[in-house]
Design a protein around this ligand. Structure first.
Ligand code: ADP
Ligand code: MG
Length: 702
């Protein structure tokens, strides 16, 4: 970057110190570089001029009209009405007909400053009411015959109210950008290697910057956008891959090889045939654990895809190689479930296994920690308790982290520090369907495996939307299922702001469930009871001593009771998509047909309706995640710490997944062929990366 780009915007023609201060404060624009990278978020098509008669004739009916541009004379406006009903009304005529223009805000200023009687270009959404055409708050620009406005695509910048009040509106900013472009051209250097531009038909940086701010045609604008989006995504991928490369070259890993233990398990104790997806993922895990570098792998698997078994086999692989392994779950219930599920296999194989949670008694804990440190204990399952400092292993070779979304990146790195010399291999498992595009960006520093197949014989869960008036039928349905030997979950939402209300909600719900099923055994589990009580109820339900489990979302993640075949979700509109999907995943785990019933009131918000419809339409976690991404935007989907990464200037992860994949592919190829970017054609990349490394702290995400 040359000094030119470091110049303060105050030196630019039309800016000056006062406006510069505003730009600094409101938009964090300090330098020419900041300014030119402040892209418009959309463009308005002002290339055509409509006429009023034509507009009226072609009015399609009652739906909204797209914005139009008109050219005509502005006749004297007058202020009418009193108090907050006051408005400015003016007649506008273009020769073909006339219409009314209306202002409700800033009336005095508009009244004083418009040149009444002169020709104007106006732009806005017109409305038709009783044969009269009108437009509220039109964007009006004086048509100066000596210097007529250029018709075409107009950029629209995102601005604050303060800026607009000080007349730094989108037009003013556009003018400033124009001034900058006039002097900036010779200083714009290409940031991508020419072969990349050519292969992907990308326009040059110079053209792109020009046409994003001053597009000459739709086509050029599209090209500019595509180029700038690609560049943005490409450099993010390049940075992430460099980070991954750095970690790998830096961290040596335990070298494992084939073991008799895994073979023995496969041949004699595996309770079912592994799915092809499970086999594929295990091959990827083995390869990672054998190559001498520390494994950092994310395993994405939809609910019920059998991640636990993959984790167990990977742990056996480590143990067979003389190492220890641990598995961390986000809740005690889950940790216990894993432990109880895996213990029988471990015992048959003669492998020591234990469970460590917050409720492990002191004495037992001390003994356990001793056995861990001297290496007698091979597999440890647990909760957060595992990351405490006192937990030390003799030779920790593999860490599995289940349901990763509940753990921060920081906790992940704490686990790494459990052995002095070599970092353990890390397998992070998540059932939160993260859209592939997002996973690629967020976990670009991890290798990603996907379990995209459910075990054979599973019937897709049938999902239905029901309202209050159908409650009796729903209850009868549940009764029929229970009579046929199944069990059911009934779940109430948890609204964080008001724990009291939740509790009341749940308790009222539980009471009415008890009333409806007086002859059945019912478990009630919620956030207010102790972990021990919770576990007790969960175990009762698992042993089929109770037929119905009434709960808040504590059962959301991971709980496995294959005999349960109905999931009734109350106030389903209050749940997010990811949560609904998780909850539904609690059924459909056995061979029986399972059902999910989404109960709502009659009135559901538009977004709520989309969520419900999506759930009814599909059981595919990735499809659901994509809808979720579109509804909520990437920032909200991930935790706060990661959303900073999502401050993209121009690309949109929800919409540009194709480009992202392309960018990812090129970045991967380049790093593979030229890891240190030493080839002459990659010098530009190195320069750009150095520059980017200076401006953001990527260390935060590692
Ligand atoms: P999740 O991926 O949601 O954590 P689990 O590991 O809890 O899923 O597995 C869900 C259920 O499927 C469990 O009851 C498990 O025993 C069973 N399961 C796992 N793999 C297979 C397989 N290959 N064939 C049949 N059942 C399997
Ligand atoms: Mg699980």
């Amino acid at each position: 970057m040359s000094d030119f780009w470091e110049t303060s915007v105050s030196y630019l023609k039309g800016v000056g110190p006062a406006r510069a201060a505003l730009l600094n404060k409101e938009l964090h624009i300090f330098t020419y570089a900041d300014l030119i990278h402040y892209y418009p978020f959309r463009h308005e098509d002002r290339s055509r001029i409509e006429n009023i008669a034509h507009l009226k004739k072609n009015w399609a009916g009652d739906d909204e009209m797209p914005p139009v541009q008109l050219k005509g004379r502005l006749l004297q406006g007058r202020i009418v009405g009193e108090g907050n009903k006051q408005r400015l009304v003016a007649l506008f005529t273009d020769g073909s007909g006339d219409m009314e223009l209306l202002w409700f805000q800033g009336i005095q200023w508009v009244h004083k400053n418009l040149k009444w009687g002169e020709t104007y270009l106006i732009y806005g959404k017109a409305q038709l009411f009783q044969e009269r055409l009108s437009m509220v708050h039109p964007d009006a620009e004086w048509f100066d015959p000596a210097n007529p406005p250029v018709l075409g695509l107009q950029p629209v910048y995102s601005l604050t109210e303060t800026l607009k009040k000080k007349f730094l509106n989108t037009k003013a900013l556009s003018k400033i950008q124009k001034e900058l472009l006039k002097i900036a051209e010779p200083h714009i250097t290409e940031t991508l290697p020419p072969y990349l531009l050519e292969k992907n038909h990308l326009t040059s940086k110079k053209e792109a910057l020009k046409h994003i701010h001053l597009p000459q045609s739709h086509e050029m604008l599209e090209q500019a956008k595509r180029r700038l989006k690609f560049e943005e995504l490409f450099f993010i991928q390049l940075q992430l891959l460099k980070l991954k490369q750095f970690k790998k070259s830096y961290h040596q890993g335990y070298v494992c090889k084939e073991t008799a233990l895994v073979k023995n398990f496969y041949n004699h104790h595996l309770p079912f045939e592994l799915t092809n997806a499970q086999k594929k993922v295990l091959r990827e895990v083995y390869a990672d654990m054998c190559n001498g570098r520390q494994m950092n792998r994310l395993l994405q698997g939809d609910v019920g895809s059998g991640k636990t078994m993959v984790a167990f086999v990977a742990m056996l692989f480590a143990v067979g190689n003389g190492l220890q392994a641990c598995m961390m779950a986000p809740t005690e219930i889950l940790a216990e479930q894993h432990f109880k599920g895996l213990q029988p296999y471990a015992e048959k194989l003669g492998i020591t296994i234990d469970l460590l949670t917050g409720s492990t008694k002191n004495l037992a804990r001390r003994v356990m920690l001793g056995r861990l440190e001297n290496g007698n204990l091979k597999i440890l399952i647990g909760t957060h308790a595992l990351i405490e400092e006192v937990v030390q292993f003799e030779r920790l070779g593999l860490c599995v982290i289940d349901e990763q979304h509940r753990f921060g990146v920081e906790q992940r790195s704490k686990l790494w520090k459990k052995t002095a010399d070599i970092f353990p291999h890390v397998l992070v498992m998540t059932a939160t369907p993260i859209p592939r595009t997002l996973a690629m960006t967020l976990y670009g520093d991890l290798d990603v495996s996907v379990l995209d197949e459910l075990p054979a014989g599973r019937k897709p869960i049938r999902t239905a939307h029901r309202t209050e008036s159908q409650r009796l039928k729903v209850y009868q349905f549940i009764r029929d299922e229970i009579t046929a030997g199944r069990q059911a979950y009934i779940v109430y939402p948890l609204i964080e702001e008001s724990e009291k209300l939740d509790y009341k909600n749940l308790m009222d719900g539980a009471a009415s469930v008890k009333q409806a099923f007086p002859d059945l055994n019912i478990s009630v589990v919620h956030g207010k009871i102790s972990a021990a009580e919770k576990d007790y109820e969960m175990q009762r339900f698992k042993r089929r001593e109770t037929e119905i489990m009434v709960a808040t979302t504590v059962i959301e993640v991971g709980v496995d009771v294959p005999n349960a075949s109905v999931m009734l979700i109350e106030n389903a509109e209050k749940f997010g998509l990811a949560q609904l999907h998780q909850l539904r995943g609690r059924v459909g785990r056995g061979a029986e047909q399972s059902y999910c019933i989404l109960m709502t009131g009659l009135k559901v918000s538009k977004e709520g309706r989309i969520r419900i419809e999506t759930m009814v339409r599909t059981t595919n976690g990735f499809e659901i995640a994509d809808v979720d991404l579109n509804l909520r935007g990437p920032g909200n989907l991930m935790g706060k710490e990661q959303s900073g990464l999502m401050n993209l200037l121009i690309a949109d992860l929800a919409q540009d997944s194709g480009l992202l994949q392309l960018a990812r592919q090129y970045a991967t190829d380049i790093i593979e062929k030229d890891p240190n970017l030493l080839l002459p054609q990659h010098k530009v990349l190195q320069i750009q990366l150095n520059h980017k490394n200076k401006e953001n702290q990527w260390s935060r995400i590692s």
